[in-house]
Design a protein around this ligand. Structure first.
Ligand code: CAA
Length: 354
């Protein structure tokens, strides 16, 4: 059976950001609530002329540098901040990059989960024709509204990934656990620009579906907690992913880690998310790049557990094996420079952009 997975990936986020200490002082909130309570430092803020397509195009430009485009025959674009109810955002990417005429394009939606749906769909297409390459993009601008409870967990970013057989970055293993449950924890009806959210309930549901999808994953694959060296989560804010990991250990009857060990395990996957904020569909996969680029050890051969969650709700637990020589296809210095060179906004500028 062919090995399929993510061959390369590139990230892009806005050139502007606001420090959460600035937001805290504007809102009269203790800054530790955001930095400690949520685990966030900075959030990317899109200027008025940026949308999910320009974010995606920038990520794709980096991804496709030096790449032969002729075998790309599918574009899967995951987003929950789409700009059109009918036309797929990937059509613009197809034109901008002059991708082959014989290419199918599809936009996927199920809140933050849909990039994982795209990944699974893409991988099954690869098994059908191992020569093809699939462009999978996740791009979102997370908006909750000024002075809303979710305001500090906004963000903006895109990740572009190339799915192939014999991937160089991460091979995705077959077998996963998935769950659907109808709920109104977070949603954005057609007449609104900002999401509506029942924040506490959304966190409870995220944790409940983690247990249910991991149990199913374990049953299907026979893998248990100890079979994984790293754990990645959808990251609306890092503190929730930390709680999720504690819950996973509890359900797996694994002894609690002290806070230094927990941080050593999870922190490398949080480095980019802490600086960008929530990017909905892209967050889990930005966590993957963060782990691969920020971890100081060679992770070749290590197994990663992935928890994907999308409000509404649908979740999936699956795993991947980090490939030998993965470091050769990373763009670590590009990503670090992108984040380091952002313009930090004043509160007034943030509100004007909004
Ligand atoms: N120092 C340290 N910690 C502090 C603090 C201080 N001065 N003040 C507060 N805190 C802690 C609180 O104790 C709390 O931690 P615990 O949950 O561990 O108790 C944390 O900071 C947050 O404080 P509150 O619970 O009071 O914060 P809030 O109610 O104002 O907002 C939230 C939290 C409801 C999650 C809000 O950020 C929100 O609505 N976010 C959007 C929804 C969201 O992200 N949901 C996640 C699951 S849904 C999903 O995953 C899909 C998606 O991407 C949206």
């Amino acid at each position: 059976m062919s090995i399929v997975g993510i061959d390369k990936a590139a990230l892009y986020s806005s050139h502007y950001a606001v420090e959460l200490s600035t937001l805290a002082s504007a809102r009269g909130v203790d800054p530790d609530k955001y930095s400690v309570g949520l685990g966030l430092h900075t959030m990317a803020v899109s200027p008025p002329d940026e949308d999910i397509i320009t974010l995606a195009a920038n990520a794709t430009a980096k991804l496709l540098e030096g790449e032969s485009l002729t075998d790309i025959d599918t574009i899967l674009f995951a987003t929950e901040s789409g700009i059109d109810q009918s036309k797929a955002a990937g059509i613009y990417i197809h034109r901008l990059f002059n991708l082959p005429k014989h290419c199918r394009t599809l936009e996927l939606k199920q809140a933050c989960y849909s990039a994982t749906a795209g990944l699974q769909l893409g991988l099954s297409l690869l098994k059908d024709n191992p020569k093809r390459k699939i462009l999978l993009i996740a791009s979102d601008i997370a908006r909750y509204g000024l002075n809303s409870s979710g305001e500090a967990t906004q963000g903006a970013g895109a990740i572009a990934m190339l799915l192939t057989v014999n991937p160089r970055l991460v091979a995705i293993e077959s077998g996963s656990g998935f769950v659907s449950e109808e709920a109104m924890d977070f949603w954005r009806p057609n007449y609104r620009d900002e999401a509506l959210v029942d924040g506490k309930y959304s966190c409870e549901l995220y944790l409940k579906l983690l247990r249910e999808s991991f149990e199913e994953y374990s049953q299907v694959t026979g893998r248990v907690y100890a079979d994984h060296q790293h754990f990645l989560y959808h990251i609306p804010f890092p503190r929730l992913a930390e709680k999720a990991h504690q819950k996973l250990m509890l359900c797996s009857l694994v002894s609690k880690l002290d806070s230094d060990s927990l941080s050593a395990l999870l922190h490398p996957g949080f480095v980019y998310g802490r600086q960008i904020g929530n990017c909905y569909t892209a967050s889990l996969y930005i966590g993957l790049l963060s782990l691969l680029e920020q971890h100081t050890q060679d992770l070749s051969g290590h197994r990663v557990g992935f928890y994907s969650y999308g409000s509404g709700a649908c979740s999936e637990y699956f795993s991947g094996l980090i490939q030998p020589h993965y470091r050769k296809v990373l763009h670590a210095s590009f990503h670090q420079a992108l984040l380091a060179q952002r313009q930090i906004l004043t509160y007034q500028e943030y509100e004007q952009f909004y």
